[in-house]
Design a binder for this molecule. Structure first.
Ligand code: DGY
Length: 321
């Protein structure tokens, strides 16, 4: 009998065909709706492999009822949706999709910074709503990005790729990270700062740290209060790294000038979320890696990993070694 692979989202035919060559494949088929939890649990109970996304909680509840499961190929670099300890205890290989999304996510992060600084979504809505009646010297003026200071919190592969883009804009690059990044220091002139120093000095604070026990709730109100009043906060990693209410309060009180957010505490964000009525917030629906090329590459990496496990080869990007 062919191993059973359950894919938790609707995926392109090429992916289904590739997997179907060797496995019995079922996929969730609704484009704009996540697989309901009861169906995911039911499929996981008989699956040999799961191809998951970041909003699927692969927790002890799921893993304890998935006696056949050998591999979870998570379509993301982040794996905070997975209980790694439980997976290892149940002998399930967990794989992610690093590298293939680095530049695409860095592009989006820098675009979000630019859009926030130059009020691009607000300006686009202004034109579309027919409000553009004349050219005016101070109409929709934003703030410059070039020659300013970017402060990157989390200098991994994506952080370094954002720093490269910032260097092209003649920005001064500050970073905070668990470990010093000698290559970024030498190649890009990046300067290490303590968390507090970075908050006080940067014009743009960009959060790219992974979500884990050490970073959950890292940004509280006091941290926004340490930033410059003109500073802008960009988050392209994970929502729970920020105390969202603290950010709302900071924006309302004018502790900082604006925020560009691709990620939120609870996704999708509700239609009445306070961020959505704030002019100084650019909100995106978690699209950091969302280019056609990169999303295909991420799914292909998931296929590579599933095939490796069933062929008794080490998966390329195993997380729980
Ligand atoms: C990731 O890869 O972790 C992204 O956030 C999902 O696009």
């Amino acid at each position: 009998m062919k191993p059973f692979v359950y894919v938790t989202r609707k995926v392109p035919d090429d992916i289904v065909s590739r997997l179907s060559a060797s496995y019995h494949v079922e996929t969730w088929t609704e484009e704009d709706k996540a697989v309901p939890r009861d169906i995911l649990l039911q499929k996981a109970a008989s699956a040999d492999a799961l191809l998951t996304v970041i909003s699927d909680a692969v927790n002890d509840e799921l893993l304890s009822h998935a006696s056949q499961l050998k591999v979870v190929a998570n379509m993301a670099v982040g794996f905070d949706n997975i209980d790694l300890e439980s997976a290892s205890r149940h002998g399930v290989a967990i794989c992610n999709t690093p590298d293939v999304l680095t530049d695409t996510t860095a592009d989006l992060t820098f675009a979000l910074l630019l859009a926030t600084a130059r009020r691009m979504t607000e300006a686009s809505e202004f034109v579309k709503e027919g409000k553009w009646t004349s050219w005016a010297p101070m109409m929709l003026v934003g703030t410059d990005v070039h020659h300013k200071k970017i402060g990157i919190v989390g200098m991994g592969k994506i952080g370094t790729a954002v720093a490269k883009r910032a260097a092209g804009f003649d920005m001064e690059i500050l970073y905070h990270n668990r470990k010093r990044h000698e290559v970024a220091e030498e190649m890009l002139g990046a300067q290490y700062r303590s968390f507090d120093e970075l908050l006080q000095e940067a014009d743009f604070v960009v959060c790219l740290a992974p979500l884990n026990d050490g970073t959950r709730g890292l940004f509280q109100r006091e941290h926004f209060q340490k930033m410059k009043k003109e500073a802008m906060f960009i988050n392209a990693s994970r929502g729970p790294i920020i105390n969202e209410q603290a950010l709302i309060d900071a924006l309302e009180a004018g502790d900082i000038a604006a925020a560009g957010l691709d990620v939120f505490d609870k996704e999708p964000i509700s239609a009445d979320h306070p961020f959505l009525s704030m002019k100084n917030v650019v909100a995106l629906p978690h699209i950091g890696s969302a280019s056609k090329e990169t999303r295909m590459a991420m799914m292909m990496t998931c296929c590579d990993n599933i095939e490796a496990v069933f062929d008794d080869r080490p998966p390329k990007t195993l997380v729980n070694k």
